[in-house]
Design a protein. Structure first.
Length: 235
């Protein structure tokens, strides 16, 4: 009888461990900023073909696969698979990730993490942000839905209206439509090549403001080179 009781206790403990998710989520420091005042809206599951929960996978947290769709604050996230850390209002999406935002911008990537409490996200692997009229490509993109800003420091390419911009890092304000390029900035179009350390581009007026040493080279006549440390260029 004692052996039977001991076995039942062990079996009960095993079941408890199997269905109680572990708090094994390690967040990027980017998510550590204070969350907005008030009770945050919960990230919600809209659809998935399959639901699974395995104590040996993802710390026992539920994960969804097949046409997965989550929604939060007017944005819709789709992916092949999504791990849902429900207690932390946090999701991690894997494979063919797509985030459609209410402002019309779309982010696609191989992976994405999103925190419903801070409304911040990190997209990784072949990231593409598409905004009306332009495309931003990089390997890692940080975005804040409250400030409506996106940032990368892993090198990126921005394309718009025949202009192609290369930079080490950039911050894009989707409200003002200003992009602040920093570090080895290069802008190419059919007529000119612009190179500088810091260039701010206004997507509304299609102008670039130079801050620091900048050169403008005429493609047809490379000897016709302009050097400036402050100025504005109509793109």
């Amino acid at each position: 009888m004692k052996h039977l009781i001991a076995f039942l206790l062990l079996f009960s403990a095993a079941l408890s461990g199997q269905f109680t998710p572990k708090n094994d989520l390690v967040k990027d420091p980017y998510f550590n900023s204070p969350q907005p005042a008030g009770t945050p809206e919960k990230v919600k599951l809209v659809h998935s073909d399959r639901f699974d929960k395995n104590p040996e996978k993802y710390g026992g947290n539920p994960y969804f696969s097949g046409n997965v769709q989550f929604a939060h604050q007017g944005s819709v996230l789709t992916a092949d698979e999504v791990i849902f850390y429900q207690d932390q209002n946090f999701v991690k999406a894997l494979g063919n990730v797509r985030l459609q935002n209410a402002d019309g911008s779309v982010i696609t990537s191989g992976e994405m993490e999103y925190d419903g409490n801070t409304q911040k996200g990190i997209a990784r692997k072949a990231v593409v942000l598409t905004d009306p009229g332009q495309t931003i490509k990089t390997q890692t993109l940080y975005y804040d839905r409250i400030s409506n800003k996106a940032y990368f420091n892993t090198g990126g390419v921005i394309s718009k209206d025949g202009n192609v911009m290369y930079t080490r890092s950039a911050t894009y304000d989707l409200n003002s439509r200003l992009i602040d390029f920093t570090g080895n900035v290069k802008i190419e179009n059919p007529e000119y090549i612009v190179e500088g350390a810091n260039i701010i581009q206004n997507q509304n007026s299609n102008t670039a403001t130079f801050n620091g040493p900048t050169t403008i080279t005429n493609r047809q006549n490379p000897g016709n080179l302009i050097y400036t440390e402050k100025g504005t260029y109509n793109m």
